[in-house]
Design a protein around this ligand. Sequence first.
Ligand code: MBD
Ligand code: FE
Length: 306
Amino acid sequence: MNHQAIDALVKSFLIDTATGEANPRVQQVVVRLVGDLFKAIEDLDLQPSEIWKGLEYLAEAGASHELGLLAPGIGLERFIDIRADEAEAKLGLTGGTPRTIEGPLYVAGAPSSIGFARLDDGSESEQAEVLFMQGTVYDVNGAPLPNATVEVWHANLLGNYSFFDKSQPDFHLRRTIVTDANGRYQFRSIVPMGYGCPPDGTTQRLLTLLGRHGRRPAHIHFFVSAAGHRKLTTQINIDGDEYLWDDFAFASREGLVPAVSRISDPAELDRRQLTKPFASIDFDFRLYGDNVAAPAAEVERVRASA
Ligand code: MBD
Ligand code: FE
């Protein structure tokens, strides 16, 4: 069948002009996507067994809660970011901290404090490197933003995230820090390790068939928001990770790989009551002001909360 005939067929199947209750946007999107699917079936001569295999794959990915992992793995989440970047650039929004994907592992409701928080419970202190990370939240003109909200979350030494990994306490390695009167935030935590897709899961199964790995470099996630400003969703990477520029989720970006200093000065260790050297990262965030012409920076999606 040619593409034109497929379009006509899809419209005849999906659009019922006799009833009035339709949602035009849903009609438009579904007609387009089903039409594109039928054309792919035709062009690739997909066999019935292959078509059912695909539907069964999506069913299994959904049932095992891995669609949120498949989305970054196929680059869909990165593509959404590229489009958001283009929309902002078109409106002249430049100079802000680069965005990068949220990923599937945020949990709403983390404990909140002003200026400073400790994220780890000390359970991995033997093996872990202590990390202090600090900086200022600015607007794009360089004015500090007091009372901005910095939500931070990251993995433990096994690359696992609390809530999803029930062996960790509630909100372990997750906090909300409100910037102080100078727009500053600081936290103490541990340097995380990279994440790997569950080896027996649906996402890794597809990645393997594509000849790909499912590894992420070590990273720390942020939502940064302030009244009158566009919410920033981003991450920083830990420099030196072997997967830094080989992320299965395509989230590494120039500008999001801050230098990591190793501090061993006895006076600094004393001041922090530490007995071994620690890592320190300085990183400032720059937020764009609200812009009515730009696509919403607050993305609606189902998120865990605890
Ligand atoms: C992660 O930690 C993550 O950030 C993403 C995007 C996907 C899987 C695990
Ligand atoms: Fe992550």
